[in-house]
Design a protein around this ligand. Structure first.
Ligand code: S3P
Length: 450
């Protein structure tokens, strides 16, 4: 997306009564990316339904096309992918434009790393500030050659050029940060690497790559140590078999509506088909600890993932101290959790959130500024926020100055929720970034309110 400020689309989100009704949020972003990537590596046709048609996933689709796969939309959320086979990705003829998407970038770097091709990765202003050293290190150990840009914050930024290794060298890599993207980059590189590639994961992160790789027929094993460390092995030179995948609803998108329904008086919302994978469901646990009424109805399995319908009712919330051990299972949900905390009774303390500083924006600094502007009491620490809530009263809102979203979709959506739970509204400087993960967010919010 361009950062042309004249094209920015500001909006003031105003209180508009309770949220009532039933919604279905779009498909899971992580699973959507992976279904296109693995479909592009299987020989034959993979059919995907419920795919998230957000800009980030479309960037992955375009990149896989540029490397030889046929990726076509056949209906709403319905896509067909004809893959080239592991080892047969083609040299892209132009730079791969990753837009705003860290997931596309890091996972595709893994794929290219073990193919005999060279790819240039470029992205928008937000993505070009994000650290890529975390994938450059293991992929270089596997033999890939990477020339990356250096920014004010140090090395390993986009744009970068990656020359794949052929054959790549299998490694055993212990993750220094809890990151599903780094884990997935190494496993995907391992797909076309002779022998066994191992990832050692001391803190569990989302396991969609492991589930889907197995589903496509890769030889992948997971063992868990006594101390909870996961050891994931994948046998390379794999042959993937095409699949039919139904992508469950994204719990990270559902989270905005869960919090909105909890904090706006009189609300009751049924959110259908929400992914409830334990490596993603931390937000539901914490909101329940705060007193939130969230009922899981009709638990079932969709596309190899646990799913439920969530019935959410307005509830008085109480501040909590969030256990840092739960952070990886709700790493994207902190912006909206901070909004819930700002409206709860008492103090919420979060720690262990240093990773939030390297997301689409520095989510600790940006949310501290945004919530303060909306009238909340917030203190920023090195690795978290401390928030003293209103005890259920709406935030004041009404600031002249808009909240700065810094090209971060989750800041825009979290502050939209703050706006509908305020007296005088919250203005967001640019709603365009919402399209990266949830293009229908505003229509869904407007449809439930008023
Ligand atoms: C993702 C992993 C997480 C998450 C991101 C999606 C994935 O990033 O924040 O939105 O699909 O693997 P990290 O790996 O940086 O924690």
């Amino acid at each position: 997306m361009s950062h042309d400020t004249s094209a920015m689309r500001p909006r003031r989100f105003l209180p508009n009564g309770p949220l009532r009704g039933r919604i279905r949020v779009p498909g899971d972003k992580s699973i959507s990316h992976r279904s296109i990537m693995l479909g592009a590596l299987a020989v034959g046709e993979t059919k995907v339904t419920g795919l998230l048609e957000g800009e980030d996933v479309l960037a992955t689709a375009a990149a896989m096309r540029a490397m030889g796969a046929t990726v076509e939309r056949t209906g709403e959320g319905a896509w067909s992918v004809h893959g080239v086979g592991v080892g047969a990705l083609l040299q892209p003829q132009a730079p791969l434009d990753m837009g705003n998407s860290g997931t596309s970038t890091r996972l595709l770097m893994g794929l290219v790393a073990s193919h005999p091709i060279t790819a240039t990765f470029v992205g928008d202003a937000s993505l070009s500030k994000r650290p890529m050293g975390r994938v450059i290190t293991p992929l270089s150990q596997m033999g890939a050659r990477i020339e990356a840009s250096v920014s004010d914050q140090g090395g390993g930024r986009l744009p970068l050029i990656l020359k794949g290794a052929f054959p790549a060298v299998p490694i055993a890599y212990r993750l220094p940060v809890a990151s599903a993207q780094v884990k997935s980059a190494v496993l995907l590189a391992g797909l076309n690497t002779p022998g066994i590639t191992t990832v050692i994961e001391p803190v569990p992160t989302r396991d969609h790559s492991e589930r889907m790789l197995k589903g496509f027929g890769a030889e992948l094993d997971v063992e868990t140590d006594q101390d909870g460390t996961r050891i994931i092995t994948i046998r390379g030179e794999a042959e993937l078999k095409p699949q039919t995948i139904d992508v469950p609803g994204d719990p990270s998108s559902a989270a905005f509506f869960i919090v909105a329904a909890l904090v706006v008086e009189g609300s009751e919302v049924l959110i259908e088909n929400v992914g409830m994978n334990a490596t993603r469901a931390g937000i539901v646990t914490v909101l329940r600890q705060m007193g939130g009424h969230i009922e899981e109805l009709n638990p079932r399995e969709v596309g190899g993932e646990p799913v439920a319908d969530l019935l959410v009712k307005h509830s008085p919330l109480t501040g909590v101290t969030v256990d840092p051990a739960i952070v990886p299972s709700m790493v994207d949900e902190f912006p909206v959790l901070f909004v819930a905390a700002a409206l709860a009774e008492g103090r919420t303390v979060t720690t262990g959130l240093e990773e939030l500083r390297v997301k689409e924006s520095d989510r600790l600094a940006v949310m501290a500024q945004a919530l303060t502007l909306a009238g909340a009491r917030v203190e920023e620490t090195e690795d978290g926020l401390i928030i003293d809530g209103t005890g259920g009263a709406p935030l004041a809102g009404g600031a002249e100055q808009p909240v700065a979203t810094h090209l971060d979709h989750r800041i825009a959506m979290a502050m939209a929720v703050a706006g509908i739970a305020s007296c005088n509204g919250v203005e967001v400087d640019d709603t365009r970034p919402i399209a990266t993960s949830f293009p229908t967010f505003e229509a869904m919010l407007d449809g439930l309110c008023g």
